[in-house]
Design a protein around this ligand. Structure first.
Ligand code: 5GP
Length: 114
């Protein structure tokens, strides 16, 4: 069996991190190294999907739930507007292979991508 991910260990209370929201299937924490005034991570409780491609194919309802939770939290913790980022693969900066959405808000350095 593979080692539990950092996020599973946070959910299980083995690594300290305040869980700022929790639903039946997902939870959210603040990123330990924020890259924006608001930088949250929205994470499915299951670790069976390594990235957003696997999640969207395997459980689109859970994918939609993550987007909804991101929206709720962006309104609760920021001005309601947000950027949702799923780093996918190491060359794109992914370091934890338990799918998670970065919820970025506040005064973002770049106004848009592309
Ligand atoms: P990735 O690089 O995989 O897209 O995102 C992983 C994110 O998890 C990074 O932004 C990193 O700062 C954050 N992170 C890594 N370890 C911890 C931790 O122990 N606690 C919290 N709150 N965030 C973490």
């Amino acid at each position: 069996m593979s080692e539990p991910s950092i996020f599973t260990r946070i959910l299980d209370g083995e690594i300290p991190s305040e869980i700022i929201a929790e639903t039946e299937n997902a939870f959210a924490i603040r990123d330990i190294a924020p890259r924006a005034p608001l930088h949250l991570l929205v994470i499915p409780k299951t670790d069976q999907y390594r990235n957003v491609v696997e999640l969207a194919a395997g459980d689109p309802e859970l994918m939609a739930e993550l987007v909804g939770l991101a929206n709720t939290l962006a309104a609760e913790h920021g001005d309601g507007d947000f950027r949702l980022v799923f780093n996918t693969g190491p060359n794109a900066g992914q370091t934890i292979f338990h799918v998670h959405a970065h919820v970025l808000g506040g005064a973002l350095e770049e106004k848009s991508v592309g």
